[in-house]
Write a protein that binds this ligand. Structure first.
Ligand code: GLU
Length: 397
């Protein structure tokens, strides 16, 4: 019997979350094959270690001359925890007005999804357009969320290890990622005006944006210099003719071909403000967000964001897009529906009444009884949430 200390296989994944350093002890038993004594064939691990490590170690020690050997390995390796790692979810509101039922429903689902898995929530204020999103709305939003019991573990005015949490303060951070894309020759200036883009004949994406036909993609340096004299350009990212598929935690499999379904998309506006697509990817990655829950209106943004994650070498989160709330007449609820703003709702209902009614609308309880967010955690499951947009029952609010 011999004891060997085997080296750590080179193929192990990089040691970063959710990978954990553990001490592995295992025993490998080899037997000489009766038909061909040069070959050792039965390999058995006495305790389970990851299949990758087992295979690498087995191939490293097969064909060694011995009748029967047991190898003991005891070494620190990086391996994946068997129990699921609790997710980090987030609230990412754009506070251009008071919180309304639509955003609130997404926040409730994000909170329930994270908390039902033992996870945490980051609050990031998406005030890229600082003029449209004055701080007063962000502050009111925090008050509304706290009043409803939708607490967050870091971010917003509470701060935390991943500050800044206000996108209006992150210009330098976005510039760094933007430069990486620029250096790879993937960014180009676009001089097209809104009216050119929104011409009647222009094909549109499912969420109502124009599919960019690549008009400015092939401009020569001379043409660019000439156009710059008259107009400051916006900047777009070149996209490939490639299908991007992902499994959404609520909506199931979704596929998009970026070139066909979207076209080259904005990274930066002509006034220098970075686009939502870039900012959201950079921020979710740097804040360690592993689960993004948001409205189904952003389902079609996800392929663009996955492409950015890939280009920037970042680990993408899981996504779950929740159905939108529609008014009883089928219109989408928006900030314009003033009676659905938290200001009005707070005047009419208690926090548990609002949460209970929303939970009912989203299939999380059979009747609109008052509930606290905590009380909904044990029974929360994405399978209960409908996939179609939800018409608010008449008289519910
Ligand atoms: N800030 C966006 C909104 O309020 C949400 C972005 C996201 O969740 O990715 O609609």
């Amino acid at each position: 019997m011999t004891f060997d200390r085997l080296s750590i296989p080179q193929r192990l994944p990089a040691p970063k979350p959710p990978w954990h350093q553990v001490l592995v002890k295992s025993f490998l038993r080899e037997k000489r094959s009766p038909e061909n004594p040069q070959i050792f064939r039965s390999c058995k691990f006495k305790n389970n270690i990851s299949a990758d490590i087992a295979k690498a170690n087995a191939s490293a020690i097969l064909n060694r001359p011995a009748v029967e050997r047991i190898h003991m390995q005891e070494q620190a390796v990086f391996t994946q925890k068997t129990e699921p790692v609790p997710p980090t979810g987030r609230f990412a509101p754009s506070p251009s007005g008071r919180l309304h039922l639509g955003n609130l429903a997404c926040s409730l689902l994000a909170w329930l999804s994270a908390k039902s898995q033992g996870g945490r929530i980051v609050l990031r204020i998406e005030d890229l357009d600082a003029e449209r999103c004055p701080r007063v709305y962000a502050d009111l939003l925090e008050q509304d969320l706290a009043w409803l019991g939708l607490t967050w573990d870091e971010g917003g005015s509470t701060g935390g290890a991943h500050a800044p949490y206000y996108q209006s303060e992150c210009g330098d951070i976005y510039t760094e990622s933007y430069r990486k894309l620029e250096q790879r020759g993937l960014v180009y200036p676009c001089f097209c005006s809104r009216s050119q883009l929104h011409a009647a004949s222009a094909p549109h994406t499912s969420d109502g944006n124009v599919i960019y036909p690549g008009t400015c993609r092939g401009l020569t340096p001379e043409e660019i210099a000439e156009k710059r004299k008259k107009k400051a350009p916006a900047y777009r990212l070149m996209v490939p003719d490639e299908e991007i598929t992902f499994t959404d935690g609520c909506m199931g499999t979704h596929t998009e071909n970026l070139l066909r379904d979207c076209g080259d998309f904005y990274l930066r506006r002509a006034d220098g403000v970075f686009a939502y697509q870039l900012a959201v990817v950079v921020d979710d990655a740097r804040m360690g967000v592993t689960e993004v829950v948001r409205g189904a209106d952003l389902l079609s943004s996800t392929a663009r964001q996955l492409y950015l994650y890939r280009l920037l070498g970042l680990q993408p989160p899981r996504f779950a897009h929740c159905p939108l709330l529609l008014a009883a007449d089928g219109r989408r609820l928006s900030k314009r529906d003033g009676d659905q703003s938290l200001e009005n709702l707070r005047a009419k209902y208690t926090a548990p009444e609002i949460i209970g009614k929303l939970a009912f609308a989203y299939g999380l309880q059979p009747e609109p009884a008052p509930r606290t967010p905590e009380s909904l955690v044990p029974d929360f499951a994405w399978t209960k949430v409908p996939k179609q947009d939800i018409c608010l029952p008449e008289g519910l609010f």
